[in-house]
Design a protein around this ligand. Structure first.
Ligand code: FES
Length: 113
């Protein structure tokens, strides 16, 4: 998925808001945290709970209601020491007042298999 897809106008997603979008067959969320946009998987890696529909936003973190896992929306990192699986991150950019989402980004430290 090399192309970027416009998903929302900047004026339609204010600070502290989340939006569920479908890009490349994936269910993603776009988050506006302090006027910076982030694109991540919308589905909790633990058991697939939709975090846009059911998660609770807490500053720059989101909490899954299912088992209480907490993720940093800026990095996708899991904040649970017993389950480090992160939310996958996706490329994102703003052009002409539109938020555009691109391909999945590599995980940090995931280069060696
Ligand atoms: S489904 Fe999210 S913590 Fe279990």
């Amino acid at each position: 998925m090399a192309e970027y897809q416009a998903v929302v106008k900047t004026a339609e997603l204010g600070p502290g808001q989340l939006l569920e979008v479908e890009v490349g067959g994936e269910t993603l969320m776009v988050a506006n945290i302090g006027q910076t946009y982030y694109a991540l998987s919308a589905l909790c890696p633990n058991d697939g709970t939709n975090l846009v529909q059911e998660g609770e936003l807490d500053g720059d973190e989101i909490v899954c209601p299912h088992d209480g896992r907490r993720f940093d929306l800026r990095t996708g990192a899991s904040l649970e020491s017993n389950d480090p699986r992160p939310l996958e991150r996706y490329a994102i950019r703003v052009e002409e007042n539109e938020v555009k989402v691109g391909g999945r980004l590599p995980r940090w430290g995931a280069g060696a298999a």
